[in-house]
Design a protein around this ligand. Structure first.
Ligand SMILES: Cc1cc2nc3c(=O)[nH]c(=O)nc-3n(C[C@H](O)[C@H](O)[C@H](O)COP(=O)(O)O)c2cc1C
Length: 212
């Protein structure tokens, strides 16, 4: 059994270690979504909807959209591998992330389960203002899904690059106009034993006591 701290510090973005061959029981994914439904939402609205995609044709269609968006990102100046080039230690970590992103770019459609968490709003337009309140009524649940998956030995990767072509993906998924995608989360058993905490920016650089 993992301690809560172990779970929180070793839940990594899994790309190269997603097992593309091993089928994932749908009930296991449903269990993780069930756990996620315990997350908070503003005014207890629970306006989340979860698209769990297992059909090979549907996965291939989403995978193709992701592939296109991801290659455009990899070619752009914002690609992870091009960031923090003036800091050698950080640049090395960014190179690894970039390499890993490039690996998943061409394999998204081969991952056994793709989960698309969505937010349902009253109309097709996203409400103006308070974006933090709006999306925080979904994103904690998405992170709970990721943690629940890790605790049952499923690996996931929180991805959003396909949202550049959100409308195309919405058509594949036949989403109503008032249902907005938040992420595309490939889900599969992971290879290897476990994961380690990652290097992060030091606490002293990000923590402010009483004032900035
Ligand atoms: C909002 C958000 C969007 C992300 N989008 C992508 C993505 O589209 N593709 C991808 O491979 N990783 C994506 N990531 C994963 C990050 O690259 C990853 O969290 C970061 O490199 C740190 O690695 P770790 O999660 O393993 O600690 C995203 C993460 C977040 C929080």
């Amino acid at each position: 059994m993992m301690t809560p701290e172990e779970l929180l510090t070793t839940t990594r973005t899994v790309r190269k270690r997603l097992d593309l061959e091993r089928p994932v029981p749908l009930d296991l994914v449903k269990h993780c979504v069930q756990v996620a439904l315990q997350a908070p939402s503003g005014s207890n609205t629970q306006r989340w909807q979860w698209l769990v995609v297992t059909d090979a044709g549907q996965r291939a269609a989403l995978g193709e959209i992701y592939r296109r968006a991801c290659h455009e990102y990899l070619d752009s100046p914002n690609a992870a591998a091009k960031l923090f080039a003036d800091d050698p230690a950080r640049a090395r970590a960014q190179q690894r992330v970039g390499d890993s992103i490039a690996y998943l770019a061409d394999r998204m459609g081969d991952v056994p389960v793709l989960v698309v968490p969505c937010l349902e709003t009253a109309s097709s337009e996203l409400p103006a203002g308070n974006q933090a309140g709006l999306w925080a009524s979904l994103l904690p649940a998405v992170w709970s899904y990721v943690l629940a998956a890790r605790s049952v030995t499923l690996g996931t990767a929180w991805t959003t690059l396909h949202l550049k072509y959100e409308q195309e993906a919405a058509e594949v998924l036949e989403l109503p106009k008032n249902v907005h995608q938040a992420a595309l989360i490939p889900t599969a058993f992971y290879t290897g034993e476990t994961f380690k905490p990652a290097a992060r920016q030091p606490l002293e650089e990000v923590l402010h006591l009483d004032r900035w």
